[in-house]
Design a protein around this ligand. Sequence first.
Ligand code: KG4
Ligand code: ZN
Length: 809
Amino acid sequence: MELNCDRYLVVACDTSTDMLACAVAWWTPAAGAHEHARIEVLASADHLCRRHANVELVNSVKTVLEDAGKTMDDVDAVLVGRGPGSFTGVRIGISTAKGLARGANIPLHGVSTLDATAWRAWAAGVRGSVGVAADAMRGEVYPALYRLDDEGAHRQFERERVVKAQVAVEEWSALPQAGELQLTGDGLVRYGARFEAAGLTAHAVSREQWWPTGEGLLLAAAATMGSVPLDRDGDPALVLPIYTRLSDAEENERRRLGLAESAHVDTTGVADELAGRHLQLRPMGAADAEAASDLEVRCFAGAGHTPWTPTMFLEELAEGVAAPRSWWVAHDDGELIGIAGGMVVDCDVQILDVAVDASYRRQGIARKLLAHVSYDAQMLGCKTASLEVEADNAAARALYEALGFAETGVRRGYYGAGRDAIVMSTTLPLVLPVDAASPEPTAAAKRVWPAPVPERTEAERAAIARAQPVLAIESSCDETAVAIIAADGTMLANQVSTQIDFHARFGGVVPEIASRKHVEVIVGVVDAALEEAAASLELASGPLMPRELAAVGVTQGPGLVGALVVGVAFAKGFAFAAGAPLICVNHLEGHLYANLLTTPDLKPPFIFTLVSGGHTMLVHVRAWGDYEVLGETLDDAVGEAFDKVAKALGLGYPGGPIISRLAETGNPHAIEFPRALNRKGDYRFSLSGLKTAVMLYIEQENKAGRPLHLPDLAASFEAAVFDVQYKKAKAALHATGAKEYCIGGGVAANPHLREMMIRKLSRQGIRVTVPPQGACTDNAAMIAVVAREKYLRGEFSGFDIDADPNMTL
Ligand code: KG4
Ligand code: ZN
């Protein structure tokens, strides 16, 4: 350990481009506020590594540390490139860096990758006007202008943005300094010729220097935070990628809502009956302006605050308003019941308005709306949120305080004579992960980072040693989940942060949104799990520390690649920094092992049905790890069929729970739907025919002007699906002679499926196990169960593993 506390050992990395930038350096803070820190690079491993960043990054960190004669224990802080760049690349770098910093309990700071590229040119001796054109794919670049003098690289722009390559060509060739502009950035690989054709010189900076380096990152940080001692602040939960736009799905939706006269498209004539069951949130559209204004009047008439008029809302939503806006509405039963909006000004989102209908208060609607607005704002580069609230409005102030807002000023007489406004602000992300089901957030205590290292008593140390806690991370789809299990199988922590709210309005999971949310919440969910585990182990001295973990497990696949990489990259950095072995878990095995939570003595051979959103399988488990897949679906998975039928009926997402609730009062024999591949000995499944039959039925009833009886439809659909599941499971049990049966996956949460299997198969002398209802849909407890088994067997993975979206059993 370095005794000289005047300088700090920093690891810097960036994988936003094809360059894996990685270096370790001494950071000596500057004495004055406006000076640069001094950087002394000890070792670097910058190299081009196309698409292999997740395979190579942690080992590159290991290598630079070894080259410098250091270990992770010596490192005082981590620095990471936040992009903009390749979405997956940025996520890998940031997730790994979060893992490193969280695992070593040290600060993490972010830096713009464009700045790092400019500083690299500076370090190579380039001076004068420099244009960085970084590749944004799909014909676009991130253009960034700098002036380089002996002092350093100075930004000539405020915010990172993305434009068509041709737009950058035109903008730059029209500049007064066009003649002397020197270009760099990896966008030149593709578009260099276009810049040259417009008279710009694309080869002033040599091609090897078109990418960022570890040193470039360090210099860029040294210039902006020169006097910062790196051993404090820098909460890894708060470092996020630099995005220049929302996800495609959200962008498209905004365009559509902005244009559409009516946002309520009534496809089936059942929307009203169901909207009542389901509170929906979506971005505000032009069609909402009248209702939003009415709500304002209802909420604020006579309260001093002048209600917004429809025209004011329309102006907010207009294209091309100077500052980007985000407005959200909540509606129920076709009626608008809540709104919130904000405006982005210089990395701060100013909350302009929050209103919730009086009869819907205390249901967490304001919190949800604000979470969406602040999420958008974060994606648009905001770091803080601020708002004004009337000093006398205790309820509103309490809400904002619970969300982490703190008073930063007072505006006297803002709401009229004698009525002051309190200015409150907070850093983003606004809401640390809270259970979506819990109506109000737990009071957000401002966290101290790095976390103080608890002083353990002898007894506590013994308890931890006995427990051998294994932490497991799940991020394959739309839940960020972390669980901690003891070697004896006790579940010490089980945390889930669900994103369902963010996907529901698209009728399914949007991969790009899923991925962004994982990056945003993963540190918070890990924190919550470490705290919960400390409570389970009765550690009064403080949360479980990463170094106290016996191993770190993570879902490697199958799943959405952009979602998996976040968990995998984080887990690798975290395990490496914590000095814990890494364990890879197959998500499907997790669904199977969830059965051990209810039946610890479950023993192969047995038959296992896997029914989830992505998979439908009938499996003969001959021994643990020895799986004979008897049959799979030829088309849609069972959960997918539930989701698609629900979407067609306008019922929202996910479809499974909605349909199963409707089915409770329905008659399963009311409608005769087809059972596919119903031949004996055929263990394959097919659900697309059934899905089509349901669609045709809806169409036919609509045409005939008959109202749909939703409960009957839901019950009959379920019966068709589950009938086939039962028959095939029964046939497989007979054919293999197995006497045990279990089930897993999101659809296994369905009470009718569970009851039916238990009732019918038990009668035939089969022992039936179903996982706890809460462990059917994606969770980390099931991943932890598998990780524990592997830990006890010493089955560890190297730090060069990558996510595998196509893994199978
Ligand atoms: O296992 P899971 O959480 O994610 C995947 O690994 O795919 O499964 C999610 C699926 C969704 O399609 C959802 O509609 C379905 O499980 N699901 C249900 C129920 N709860 C969730 N399907 C039927 N009945 C339910 N009660
Ligand atoms: Zn799953």
